[in-house]
Design a protein around this ligand. Structure first.
Ligand SMILES: NC(=O)C1=CN([C@@H]2O[C@H](COP(=O)(O)OP(=O)(O)OC[C@H]3O[C@@H](n4cnc5c(N)ncnc54)[C@H](OP(=O)(O)O)[C@@H]3O)[C@@H](O)[C@H]2O)C=CC1
Ligand SMILES: O=C[C@H](O)[C@@H](O)[C@@H](O)[C@H](O)C(=O)O
Length: 328
């Protein structure tokens, strides 16, 4: 083993680097006994008209993990892509890892929410079903996805809580329609509320995560509870601003790789899986590459937010204290 890596693993965080030679489909363990491929293709803001081709291209070029959500309003097109690759026998269903998410206006209609996604995706089951945000919104408001009050604030459903939502989520694995269940955008505060009430521990917490927002507290907390972290917006979301970050470029040059490779590999080095969105064929291909980062690389990447502070790119105006340390 690389002596620097070995020193890092022993001296700092013993089991932090799980896969010294990661690949896009390195299987990372979930608390269900299943595994999740290290890299997934994101589909948020992938426009209808573009997302089918992106998903087909990704699967044909080796991706096995696709991240979807009902509120992305493109699951029918993702479904067309899945139908095509399955019909062409590029891949078998059981070789794919498909995630989707329960939208906020469906917290009191969990089975119905999953059913809508399954229908759009053309699937009998998903590998992972996540509560998208721990915030129920009014199912009978003035919009099916984003109900608002006249003053523009989000119309929340205060008659129920994310804890009630999880009780309904827990009924899904026995139906076979969701192999695993989990959460997204949960802070330590919300997990501390939820975990004492559960019969099934969430398999995954999908969170915004990148060198501008390392979220060490929730990463460590989840690790202690056996909850796998999936990192979203690893490139800094729309426009991929982190690709231009000097330290990232420096680490990429050292390894003769693209900055994207560094940004994606950072998560796998922490034991997390990671989602990168692109509808551009060359980027979908380039994002497949992961590399091994050593202790010095990780320290440099961790130094970015120490020097510049935190930046969170995805913070919808729910008007709720999410318990994120960078937002208090
Ligand atoms: N649970 C949740 O609440 C959330 C989940 N997610 C999930 O995570 C996924 C990834 O996060 P997302 O916010 O989309 O952002 P990413 O960090 O993946 O960045 C996407 C942006 O980077 C561009 N890009 C992709 N690859 C490259 C490359 N190699 N070089 C230059 N630019 C590149 C894309 O452009 P282009 O497409 O034009 O190529 C797009 O503008 C989402 O799509 C979604 O599936 C994201 C946010 C919230
Ligand atoms: O998954 C991506 C994001 O969470 C996205 O679904 C939300 O930011 C949504 O657009 C909102 O405004 O609440």
């Amino acid at each position: 083993m690389n002596p620097t890596l070995s020193k890092f693993m022993l001296a700092r965080t013993p089991d932090r680097i799980l896969h010294p030679t990661p690949t896009m489909n390195t299987p990372l363990p979930l608390n269900t006994g299943a595994t999740i491929p290290a890299l997934g293709l994101g589909t948020w803001q992938s426009e209808p008209g573009q997302v089918k081709a992106a998903v087909v291209h990704a699967i044909e070029s080796g991706y096995r993990h696709i991240d979807c959500a009902f509120c992305y309003q493109n699951e029918d097109e993702v479904g067309e892509a899945l139908k095509e690759v399955l019909a062409k026998k590029v891949v078998k269903r059981e070789e794919l890892f498909i995630t989707t998410k329960l939208w906020c206006t469906f917290h009191t209609r969990v089975e119905e929410g999953l059913g809508k996604s399954l229908k759009a995706l053309g699937l009998d089951y998903v590998d992972l079903f996540l509560v998208h945000w721990p915030v129920p919104m009014n199912p009978k408001g003035n919009h099916p996805l984003f109900p608002k009050f006249p003053d523009g604030s989000r119309d929340l459903d205060k008659s129920t809580t994310h804890i009630d939502t999880w009780k309904s989520m827990e009924k899904l694995p026995e139906t076979g329609k969701a192999k695993a269940i989990g959460v997204a955008n949960y802070s330590v505060k919300f997990l501390e509320e939820l975990l004492p009430t559960t019969t099934i521990t969430p398999a995954v917490n999908q969170i915004e995560n990148h060198p501008y927002l390392p979220q060490q507290e929730i990463v460590d907390f989840c690790k202690g509870k056996g909850i796998h972290i999936t990192a979203y917006s690893p490139l800094g979301s729309t426009g991929s601003p982190l690709m231009k970050e000097e330290v990232v470029i420096e680490v990429a040059k050292k390894h003769s790789v693209e900055p994207g490779t560094v940004l994606l590999s950072y998560h796998v080095a922490r034991g997390s899986s990671v989602l990168a969105k692109s509808v551009t064929p060359a980027r979908i291909e380039s994002n497949r590459k992961l590399t091994t980062l050593d202790a010095d690389d990780m320290e440099k990447l961790e130094g970015i937010s120490k020097a510049k502070g935190f930046t969170r790119f995805v913070y919808p105006a729910f008007g709720v204290n999410m318990g994120f340390p960078d937002k208090q």
